[in-house]
Design a protein around this ligand. Structure first.
Ligand code: NAP
Length: 282
């Protein structure tokens, strides 16, 4: 990669950010398409977010991804946002067009592409067990509701958070049944597992350093499908459990890939070289 006077700059704002796979993925894509662009990780402390946003404009940075802890706060600095940002309340991609900043949330399409490409799943008409009520769960819920899921059991360690999320989405999607359950209620959890056609882990459980949940996967119907958003480690305890039971399952690396591919397309207008991007982060 040759960085020259003409090179266009893209990047990611996060804190911490040194674990991010996005620079590897985007720089591989720029190289493949021979674009004169570079992607850099910027560690932005929350107290510096304001000045970092101004720097997007003053330095002429053409686009940034946004990750923890800035995904919600960045909203107040943007000129426009895309429709999925309204439901998720979070932005993971910003495009700078001559100083006008537009926010997108490509996690939603990233998730939908991941389940379609990896597992052949589209949410329409499905009964879904969704674990988690944080930022990732909001993006997943948005994708599920926008695409006609039929019933969603929203299960979370902290019931209040799940209830709040469920009632917010129920107001917008009156035809979809969304029930919030506490993880500790074994009866409700097991009852939900027995009928779930798709189980999604959008919680941090099973992530490196976070304990895995002991869900009774054997209760799931035999043709149930599992998607685990966690991608560190690549094979989570949930995926191992699915494999042992012969259930179709995939891990979160593909969602990371497809959200990145969508950001790339928003910024460059070029079709993302998905295979090259995938290979760079495997
Ligand atoms: P977040 O906003 O901090 O939410 C964390 C969620 O996990 C909350 O629902 C929390 O429950 C739950 N949780 C945390 N520790 C738990 C435990 N020990 N047992 C049970 N539940 C637990 O985080 P997030 O941004 O939603 O991210 C969640 C996960 O998704 C992370 O592992 C992240 O890496 C992954 N993710 C993957 C992608 C991808 O592209 N594949 C994209 C985004 C996120 P409480 O409400 O009770 O605290």
């Amino acid at each position: 990669m040759h960085v020259r006077a003409t090179t266009k700059v893209f990047g990611i704002f996060g804190h911490p950010v040194n674990h991010s796979l996005s620079p590897t993925m985007h720089n591989a894509a720029f190289k493949k398409l021979k674009l004169d662009c570079v992607y850099i990780a910027f560690d932005i402390h929350p107290k510096n977010l304001d000045s970092a946003i101004q720097a997007i404009k003053s330095l002429g940075i053409l686009g940034v991804n946004v990750t923890i802890p800035h995904k919600e706060r960045i909203l107040s600095f943007l000129d426009e946002t895309s429709p999925e940002v309204t439901m998720t309340g979070a932005v993971n991609t910003v495009k700078n067009e001559n100083g006008k900043l537009t926010g997108y949330n490509t996690d939603v399409e990233g998730f939908l592409m991941a389940i379609k490409e990896d597992l052949g799943v589209i949410p329409r008409g499905l009964r879904i067990f969704l674990l988690g009520a944080g930022g990732a769960a909001r993006a997943v819920l948005t994708g599920l509701c926008m695409n006609g899921a039929s019933e969603i059991y929203l299960v979370n360690r902290t019931l209040d958070k799940a209830k709040k999320l469920a009632s917010e989405f129920k107001r917008c999607y009156k035809d979809i049944s969304i029930e919030a359950y506490p993880l500790e209620d074994r009866v409700l959890v097991e009852q939900s597992l027995r009928t779930a056609e798709l189980l999604i882990n959008a919680s941090s459980s099973g992530m490196e350093g976070v304990a895995s949940l002991e869900l009774r996967l054997e209760l799931l119907p035999k043709d149930s499908i599992i998607y685990d958003l966690v991608y560190k480690p690549r094979e989570t305890a949930l995926l191992k459990g699915a494999k042992e039971l012969g259930l179709k399952a995939a891990g979160g690396l593909s969602m990371l890939l497809y959200q990145g591919a969508k950001s790339f397309e928003i910024w460059t207008g070029e079709k993302a070289p998905v295979d090259v991007m995938r290979k760079s982060i495997q």
